[in-house]
Design a protein around this ligand. Structure first.
Ligand code: FE2
Length: 276
């Protein structure tokens, strides 16, 4: 099975790039299952129902989120209507929506997607490790599902690495999101779980984390908040990872980065490209 994951979509530029690129990528890679982190897709903050539906129409099977999930207040309501929109599983009990779900891939196999959020340099949520453990024990690899993808939305690379090693051999992949900067540490761990500390954003990299540069720089210089952050409108780089799943075990055979368009160096997963 082939799983494509795209990192945090930031604002209009990120959205436009994903809506334009994802249908082509889905076809070119013959992806069976696609997950997109959409938590910054509405003006850089949160997600609207209209944008969520656009991401599904473009080829996402599931949209994950993180700490900005409620920035558009309508998400508190519409998330209850959509199984394919996830918020972090370790939010307090009683929070609207859900943090995990079992979905059908295009090849007929089942994929459990879990969205969790880190606690280091972030809000003091429930323990993400125990929350993930609970999902894995309720629906294990090959006992309950054919693949398990964990979007771990976290700030600290240590916490992300710890999560990956914690579930190594029990999940197909742990994909880090939230920092918006792609890391170069993608590999398959000893137990067979694919990992990357951060998939990177789908947004304009001529920016500060996808936002116009002026206000963040001014805040660093003066500590004065003058304006709201506004998403940067230059051409976005679509960042993500490709995961080749061993259908017999549900573990990962390979992971490789995807970076297309915009300012970053361009890379595609060689193992999914047809030989010219
Ligand atoms: Fe985030």
């Amino acid at each position: 099975m082939r799983i494509l994951f795209l990192g945090d979509v930031v604002g209009r530029s990120g959205r436009a790039a994903v809506l334009e690129t994802l249908p082509k990528l889905r076809e070119r890679y013959r992806a069976d299952f696609v997950v997109v982190n959409g938590e910054n897709s509405a003006g850089g903050f949160g997600i609207s129902e209209a944008i969520f539906n656009e991401l599904l129409d473009a080829g996402a099977d599931v949209v994950t989120t993180g700490n900005h999930v409620w920035d558009q207040r309508e998400a508190l309501v519409f998330i209850e209507r959509h199984d394919r929109l996830l918020r972090p599983v370790n939010f307090p009990a009683g929070t609207p929506g859900r943090g995990a779900g079992l979905f059908k891939a295009a090849n007929g196999m089942d994929v459990l997607v879990v969205n969790a959020q880190g606690r280091v340099f972030m809000a003091d949520l429930d323990d993400p490790f125990r929350a993930v453990e609970q999902e894995l024990s309720a629906c294990g690899l090959k006992s309950g599902t054919d693949a398990i993808l964990i979007d771990f939305h976290a700030e600290a690379t240590s916490e992300k690495q710890a999560m990956a090693h914690f579930v190594d051999g029990r999940a197909t992949a742990v994909i880090g999101t939230h920092t918006h900067v792609p890391t170069a540490d993608e590999f398959v761990l000893n137990g067979g779980t694919a990992y990357i500390s951060d998939a990177g954003m789908c947004g304009d990299f001529d920016s500060i984390l996808g936002m116009d540069k002026e206000e963040p720089i001014a805040r660093f210089l003066t500590k004065i908040h003058s304006r709201r952050f506004a998403p940067s409108m230059g051409e976005a780089t679509v960042c993500g990872v490709a995961i080749e799943v061993d259908d017999a075990t549900g573990l990962a055979k390979a992971i490789a980065p995807v970076r297309l368009g915009g300012r970053l160096s361009q890379v595609e997963p060689a193992f999914w490209l047809d030989p010219a």
